[in-house]
Design a binder for this molecule. Structure first.
Ligand code: SF4
Ligand code: SF4
Ligand code: SF4
Ligand code: FES
Length: 583
């Protein structure tokens, strides 16, 4: 690669010739504000917040798309530039619904921050504003185009998921983001992943807020309200309170949930261990008895919807295991309810999840272990909603002491913890399946070949005289690529892990929103997943089948993995939804 020399604000810098001015500036620690830009995802030069002066150029240029050249001299912060950025922001605000006081993104809104930084006059260009109806059709999210700035970051994120159900409709003043023919989101082949939400700079997209339902349940003395927290929440929740990405806040999270008034604070990691018991058993059964292979994991509801819509011919390859969220609810409404003499109708299971698709999953058919229409889980909240509950209760999160999960469903292994990162489910399953196949303790339980945040990974293992080939994909574009290779016979595997979001749950659509400037240049996925593996290493129990509470559950209630009762309570079925896909 040829290198070029240029000066930015008088500072010399040498960068590859394919760099933009924005990338070159960041090499020497000069921050240029952006709004529509997302590194390698949305480089369309639409908003012009990132304009800079280039010596000899007739007008200001958009630094996010303007290439560097030899001898170039750039200024990034002159009065002329500041005035241009301020005017651009005032024009964006001219048709914006400016109710920052109660907006869900107040405090994390990139537009609000820039307006504050540049001292904009919010009423300068006030005029007619189009009034868009808010799309509340889907169970997982809503769209409020009155707060949309047409940056198209959501469109790029949805396309990167190989879904592409949203785009710009109409022209001129009426331009707005929506689905084809302005169909409601619920009616199109959206997989509920929420990647559009975490990439939106404003309050135009958000999860459906279910926090009021939880506060109501907590104040109802007839209800026994139980909360479960997914593996990844402990390494992301701190970001909502200003902590660095990758901070492990398990103890404070538990303390906050106890102060919010939950009757029991349990850990979804327990159910992750349970999933491994059932899934490893299913894998071994298919390998030994000639069942359908490759077996494909089923814990990510975004991936399940993608499979049902875009690859329905692979539904038989899916593991029949419910997701850990649903297994947890199923065990609470059966074993736990019986053990504690509580009518399952009076139990409310609240899940804190990294994922907006979990809001869809709780309403799926065939997710009622207790029968009589009693759902396994009642309310699914995102990490962001939990943070809002903590804020609303005025709990000082950073000052909380560390507290412990309740038992028996608070005990988990390191294998359960790493479910939150891409490759984690595969590694957890291998720790149990390989040990079972070989009939002796593993010498090394770290299956590092399936670790890392890259979107596609594969490995071949020698196990009990057999060659086992495994693959891991995260994000639907990579999954689509992998599955096409499997279907064409180009690649052959025994076991595949697929997670709906790029990087797995640590980067789920319900996780804390970081501005694009951070998302583009800090590897959030790496920091968050490294924290999960550190938590795994710190755990004295690191294999699911060694979790004493899992052993208790099988001894007391389920008998053995794959038993009739385990199958009835913990396994599910899938639906062909391919008719929703517009070809
Ligand atoms: S989207 Fe941002 S600027 Fe608009 S109302 Fe919400 S916080 Fe304020
Ligand atoms: S939730 Fe996912 S699939 Fe649905 S519109 Fe957003 S990015 Fe696209
Ligand atoms: S919905 Fe959000 S991400 Fe999409 S164009 Fe509007 S402001 Fe940008
Ligand atoms: S044009 Fe560069 S950030 Fe929008």
């Amino acid at each position: 690669m040829n290198m070029v020399n240029l000066k930015i604000n008088g500072i010399p810098v040498t960068v590859p010739e394919n760099y933009t001015i924005l990338e070159a500036a960041r090499e020497i620690g000069i921050e240029i504000p952006t709004l529509c830009y997302m590194w390698k995802m949305n480089e369309i030069g639409a908003c012009r917040i990132c304009v800079v002066e280039v010596k000899g150029a007739r007008s200001l240029v958009a630094s996010c798309v303007y290439p560097v050249s030899e001898g170039m001299e750039v200024q990034t912060n002159t009065l002329k530039i500041q005035k241009a950025r301020k005017t651009t922001l005032e024009l964006i605000l001219s048709n914006h619904d400016k109710n920052c006081l109660s907006c869900v993104r107040s405090g994390s809104c990139e537009l609000q921050k820039l307006c504050h930084d540049f001292g904009v006059d919010s009423a300068r260009f006030d005029g007619d504003t189009p009034k868009f109806d808010i799309d509340y059709s889907a169970p997982h999210m809503y769209r409020d185009n009155n707060k949309c700035i047409l940056c198209r970051r959501c469109v790029a994120a949805c396309k990167a998921q190989h879904v592409g159900v949203i785009g710009a409709n109409d022209r001129g003043f009426d331009t707005h983001i929506g689905c084809a023919f302005d169909m409601p989101l619920e009616k199109v082949a959206c997989i509920s992943c929420g990647q559009c939400i975490v990439n939106c700079p404003t309050g135009a997209l958000s999860e459906r807020d279910d926090t009021d339902k939880v506060f109501e349940a907590l104040s109802d003395p007839t209800k026994h309200v139980i909360v479960q927290t997914a593996p990844s929440i402990r390494v992301t929740l701190g970001e909502c309170f200003g902590m660095a990405p990758g901070s492990i806040v398990t103890g404070k999270m538990v303390a906050a949930l106890k102060r919010l008034g939950f009757d029991k604070v349990f850990d979804t990691d327990f159910a992750a261990d349970l999933t491994i018991m059932e899934e490893a058993n299913e894998f071994l059964d298919r390998v030994k008895n000639g069942g359908k292979l490759p077996l494909i994991t089923s814990c990510s509801p975004g991936w399940i919807k993608f499979c049902e819509m875009y690859h329905p011919d692979l539904l038989d390859n899916l593991s029949s295991c419910k997701s850990p969220q649903q297994m947890f609810g199923a065990i609470i409404k059966t074993w736990y309810a019986e053990k504690n003499g509580i009518d399952p109708k009076d139990i409310v299971v609240v899940s804190i999840m990294p994922c907006t698709a979990k809001k869809f999953e709780i309403g799926r058919a065939d997710q009622s272990a207790a029968g009589n229409g009693i759902p396994d889980c009642d309310i699914a909240l995102t990490t962001r909603e939990l943070a809002r509950m903590i804020e609303r209760a005025h709990i000082k999160f950073d000052l909380l002491p560390d507290e412990e999960f309740d038992n028996p469903l608070g005990e988990s292994s390191g294998a359960g913890v790493i479910f939150g990162a891409t490759g984690g489910v595969m590694e957890a399953a291998l720790r149990t399946a390989v040990e079972t196949l070989e009939g002796k303790p593993l010498e090394n339980i770290d299956f590092t070949a399936v670790r890392g945040t890259q979107s596609l990974k594969e490995a071949e293992l020698e196990v009990a005289g057999m060659k086992i080939r495994v693959a891991v994909a995260s994000g639907m574009e990579s999954a689509h690529e992998l599955l096409n290779k499997v279907k064409s016979g180009e690649a052959e595997y025994h076991f595949i892990e697929i997670m709906g979001c790029p990087g797995g749950c640590i980067n789920g659509g319900g996780q804390p929103v970081q501005p694009a400037s951070v998302r583009s240049f800090v590897d959030l996925k790496k920091l968050r997943s490294e924290a999960l593996y550190a938590d795994d290493r710190a755990n004295t129990i690191r294999k699911s089948h060694e979790n004493p509470m899992i052993k208790l559950l099988y001894n007391e209630y389920l008998e053995k993995p794959g038993s009739h009762r385990a199958h009835k309570i913990l396994h599910t079925t899938y639906v062909n939804r391919s008719k929703m896909v517009v070809k």
